[in-house]
Design a protein around this ligand. Structure first.
Ligand code: CA
Length: 530
């Protein structure tokens, strides 16, 4: 080859790679991570769950329609703080230290937002529910986190901790969090890619809906889950002893004016935060409906256990879905903002919740267990050009995968200490070698009368180990999707049982779960009442 031609080729290829690099730098995608709290997949249209016919989430569904829905998406520890710590670190609870609510958060550990900033020049922000202790320090360029109620935040006129001290912002929680998010987006440095974690508190208890929503679902009869009146037979006795009933329904039932009903602590607290105008508007909007609730609760219905259960379920769903609607409306605002600012094409948009939730299944309104409803975690994702609209993904994914996904999306290597895997290969539509099992571990002992437990789930089977008393449950999710009968002692499932027990041991080892957590005494923050 002629010498000059050769150097020209080198020069050209160098120029090409330099400009490719420059382009990557310019085109690193923005990331809008929208998170909520206790949002059941049953109450998201894209999951085609029980409430889908009521069309509760048109905006969240649009993310899925224009991108992907993960149909087999799970958490690793079904409760608020642990799920959040896992999202940030890409690690299970025992390695990031946040095994239960109230555990200390070590903000110095490796987290994806800091890597995005340091390795790829992102500007980063978290606005809304942080919940961990202590508050962030330098995890994000900007943060404004819900402060009161132990970091849970309040529905009306929420308090925030910010880098400049405390701040109370007038308005309804989900509206305020979206307002603040848009404000940060407007003010950001437009020369840098951004990561915004917009984290709603809703629909976590006490589920006070917006004043404007009183007309919504006022006369709706919500479909009941088949397990609403579960008799808890054929499983370990723990489930039957749960403290997770529908009494949460009453939390949003602020007594109507001049009726003499005594408000409980939550009601008094909520009313105290509202301005006199908000209190008046609340009573105008809700008193008539809430009076009906108290009328039934003072009637003979309470003597019929099944009738009462069904009534409370309906009461709970009404406010649950009103809270969901307020989130969805605000998701719509954020999506519109992206579109209006020509950022739709180069922004990864994710909607997820720290865990899914029992909205009546097994007669519960809570999370924590490894049963399907709280093991799941909603996850929809849009990234134009990278994810084909209408993609449905059935591989088993978990919240340890979020950090690696965002890092790979931004073109940054994933640290080997992270336990999850980037989800990006799943979008390519070709066969990917993927995990066949997920590992789960709930560490809080005694709260809501739930014992510690861990377990493994494959596409078809689930083994739960209540290791504090060495008892197990095994479910065949194909023949028993509602988990009504443990087949652990069935002769016909002996081989499956042996395989799953081996798999549990293997997963504990692979996830580096320290042996001493299995030896910890029975009582931690409470004790199991049997
Ligand atoms: Ca939660």
């Amino acid at each position: 080859m002629h010498k000059t031609a050769f150097s020209t080729i080198i020069f050209l290829s160098l120029t090409a790679s330099v400009s490719a690099l420059a382009q990557t730098a310019v085109r690193r995608p923005n990331i809008l991570f929208i998170f909520s709290d206790d949002h059941s997949t049953q109450a998201i249209g894209a999951y085609n769950g029980r409430m889908a016919s009521l069309n509760p989430t048109p905006n969240i569904d649009r993310i899925a329609e224009q991108g992907a829905v993960f149909r087999q998406s799970f958490c690793g520890n079904s409760i608020c703080q642990p799920s959040r710590a896992t999202v940030l670190t890409g690690k299970h609870s025992h390695l990031n230290g946040v095994t239960h609510n109230g555990a200390h958060w070590n903000g110095r550990q490796t987290i994806f937002p800091r890597l995005l900033k340091e390795k790829a020049g992102y500007q980063t922000a978290l606005i809304g529910k942080w919940h961990m202790h202590p508050d962030p320090s330098d995890e994000f360029d900007f943060w404004k986190v819900l402060a009161s109620s132990g970091g849970q935040g309040d529905y009306y006129n929420p308090d925030f901790n910010t880098q400049n001290g405390p701040e109370r912002i007038r308005g309804y929680s989900s509206d305020v969090i979206a307002d603040q998010s848009v404000r940060w987006l407007e003010k950001r440095d437009k020369n840098k890619p951004f990561l915004l974690m917009c984290q709603f508190k809703s629909p976590h208890v006490p589920r006070l809906p917006p004043i404007r929503s009183a007309h919504l679902y006022a006369d709706t009869v919500f479909p009941e889950p088949p397990t609403l009146l579960d008799n808890y037979q054929n499983r370990q006795p723990y489930l039957s002893k749960h403290w997770m009933g529908f009494d949460v329904a009453k939390l949003a039932m602020i007594p109507p004016k001049n009726t003499g009903y005594k408000p409980d602590r939550e009601h008094t607290k909520a009313l105290k935060r509202m301005t006199p105008e908000q209190v008046e508007a609340w009573h105008r909007a809700y008193d008539e409906q809430v009076q009906k609730y108290y009328d039934v609760m003072n009637s003979d219905v309470v003597k019929d256990k099944a009738k009462l259960q069904r009534f409370k379920y309906q009461a709970m769903m009404r406010n649950y879905l009103r809270c969901v609607e307020a989130i969805d409306g605000n998701v719509g605002r954020l999506l519109r903002w992206l579109k209006d600012n020509n950022l739709e094409n180069n922004t990864i948009v994710v909607y997820s919740s720290d865990q899914s939730y029992y909205i009546g299944e097994h007669g519960m309104a809570e999370k924590r267990w490894m049963y399907e409803e709280s093991l799941r975690m909603p996850l929809v994702m849009r990234w134009p050009g990278r994810i084909k609209p209408g993609t449905k993904i059935d591989q088993l994914v978990q919240n340890i995968d979020y950090a690696p996904t965002f890092l790979e999306g931004a073109g940054i290597p994933v640290p080997t200490e992270m336990q999850g895997r980037s989800l990006l290969p799943l979008f390519a539509g070709r066969d990917v070698q993927w995990r066949q099992t997920i590992y789960y571990h709930y560490y809080t002992n005694g709260e809501h009368n739930v014992p510690r437990h861990d377990g493994v789930r494959t596409d078809r089977y689930k083994l739960i180990s209540y290791y504090t008393d060495n008892s197990y449950e095994l479910f065949d999710l194909k023949s028993d999707p509602n988990e009504l009968r443990s087949v652990y002692n069935d002769q016909g499932y002996r081989t499956v049982r042996e395989k799953m027990l081996i798999e549990l041991g293997r997963q504990r080892g692979e996830a580096s779960v320290p042996a001493d957590v299995f030896a910890e005494p029975y009582v931690h923050r409470g004790k199991i009442h049997r």
